[in-house]
Design a protein around this ligand. Structure first.
Ligand code: FE2
Length: 469
């Protein structure tokens, strides 16, 4: 395999402020706001190397749009991980698949001291008037969305909701105007604690708990109008192993396909639980979920096993090893309690899926967007964007030679008259030129309308959000 894209996995030295990028094409006049993204951008601490794509030190990027012009800025998130890596020239904090080198003696004492990562490189959101960068431990870092400067560790209003592992993909419940997420409490009696944060508050309020013996690794979850849905993949951990931590976080989890995948729906009103089982599968990303005649519909970017986690070790990625492709699956969870089953919505693969969130979240919907892999280049890094019409089961594709794409973010036109009235914003690496650009597609036709050139590469990131002015 080739790995023409591997520059996307190299450190970006320095932080940048560019007032006006060179734009070709024409931006819609209504586009006024900013796309803020995060992702790993530094893959070493002194002479030590992070092992996994998910462990690189977080950088925030901001593309701001005004009057047809685009500015760009970037700044490292000044987490404890970042500060200590710079000051000490080594990795001091345990991450997803990278641990600091520790003696047995140090490991023993690390059980009693906190070396939990603050490296919020996965996603970002707004809680009350705070903007936070998140990873999968409940230590989000607050930042200023205008300057990208780090404010400090975010405080959930002093609440004491227990849990060690969480998702960086909270949902927003537009009916209740609250942020919904889950957090896994690990211990002798482990639980998934599902909570929400009511409007304008920072304290988390428990909705309900799911007791569990061996908690699963779940990167995201689904949400309908009335239910939170956890897809509990059979990638599970004995919580004691995490406590003693002989291995980096994710390497303590075991793939046990004989368990199948449990789909756990919790009623958001009373915390009541209903569970379906289906054949084993794994996913990072739910696409959307909704209710249909009492059944629950769960759309998800699914894999037959957990091999994608292994493929994302940086050695594997940089060597161009095969990257498994996700199927865009629709699971139906029947109201009568029969087993859940799925159909596939497109023959194209999909990852980093996005929808017109405000219009579609928890609703029967029309379109999903995502990164994908060209069928004629199986196993390559993400080299095309897809727009899937989930009703018509048709797919539009954008691709360009030597170009590797990031998560496509949908931005609705202010006076939108239909679901896909808006644009798609996407950071793309041109591997031939060694630089990145911001691609703007018209969402309806999925055709390019503009691009803005960045004079350097932007390391491959994960997620971002658009904030209108
Ligand atoms: Fe994610």
């Amino acid at each position: 395999m080739t790995s023409a894209y591997k520059q996307g996995l190299t450190t970006l030295e320095g932080e940048f402020q560019i007032d006006s990028l060179r734009v070709s094409g024409r931006l819609p006049p209504w586009l006024s706001g900013s796309l803020v993204r995060n992702g790993p951008a530094k893959f070493e601490a002194g002479a030590q190397k992070y092992r996994h794509w998910f462990d690189g030190l977080s950088m925030l990027h901001r593309f701001a749009f005004k009057n047809g012009a685009i500015s760009y800025a970037s700044k490292y998130l000044e987490s404890r991980d970042y500060r200590e890596a710079n000051a000490k020239g080594r990795i001091t904090v345990a991450g997803f698949a990278t641990d600091p080198c520790r003696s047995i003696f140090q490991r023993f004492f690390s059980m009693f001291s906190s070396d939990t990562t603050e490296n919020g490189n996965v996603n970002l959101t707004q809680v009350a008037d705070s903007y936070i960068a998140m990873t999968e431990v409940p230590l989000p870092v607050e930042f200023d969305p205008q300057t990208l400067k780090t404010v400090g560790l975010f405080d959930y209003g002093g609440d004491k909701l227990p849990g060690a592992v969480t998702s960086a993909h909270p949902h927003f419940d537009f009916n209740r105007q609250s942020l919904v997420n889950y957090i896994t409490e690990m211990g002798r009696e482990s639980k998934y604690n599902i909570y929400h944060i009511p409007p304008r508050q920072k304290q988390r309020e428990l909705i309900g708990t799911v007791p569990v013996q061996e908690p699963a690794y779940m990167h995201s979850f689904g949400m309908t109008e009335n239910f939170v849905i956890l897809a509990e993949f059979p990638l599970v951990v004995n919580p004691l192993k995490l406590l003693f931590r002989n291995k980096p976080f994710i390497e303590n989890f075991e793939w046990k396909p004989e368990r199948g995948t449990r789909l756990i729906a919790m009623n958001k009103r009373d915390g009541a639980i209903k569970i379906w089982t289906t054949q084993a599968f794994f996913a990072f990303h739910h696409v959307n979920a909704f209710e249909q005649n009492g059944d629950l519909i769960l759309d998800i970017a699914a894999y037959n096993d957990k091999s994608l986690i292994d493929a994302f070790y940086l050695d594997h990625l940089r060597a161009g090893e095969l990257i498994p492709a996700a199927q865009f699956r629709r699971y139906r969870l029947p109201a009568n309690g029969a087993n859940a089953d799925y159909e596939t919505l497109t023959s194209e693969s999909i990852e980093l899926p996005r929808i017109n969130y405000k219009h579609d979240n928890a609703q029967d919907y029309g379109f999903a967007y995502g990164v994908s892999q060209r069928p004629d280049r199986p196993g390559d890094f993400y080299n095309q964007l897809v727009k899937v019409d989930v009703r018509e089961r048709t797919t539009k594709v954008w691709l360009a030679e030597d170009c590797y794409v990031g998560e496509p973010v949908f931005v609705a036109a202010p006076q939108a008259t239909h679901e896909d009235d808006g644009v798609i914003l996407c950071v793309v690496l041109n591997a031939n030129k060694g630089t990145s650009f911001l691609l703007v597609l018209e969402a309806n036709s999925f055709a390019e309308i503009a691009r803005a050139e960045v004079p350097h590469h932007i390391p491959f990131g994960f997620h971002g959000q658009y904030f209108a002015d």
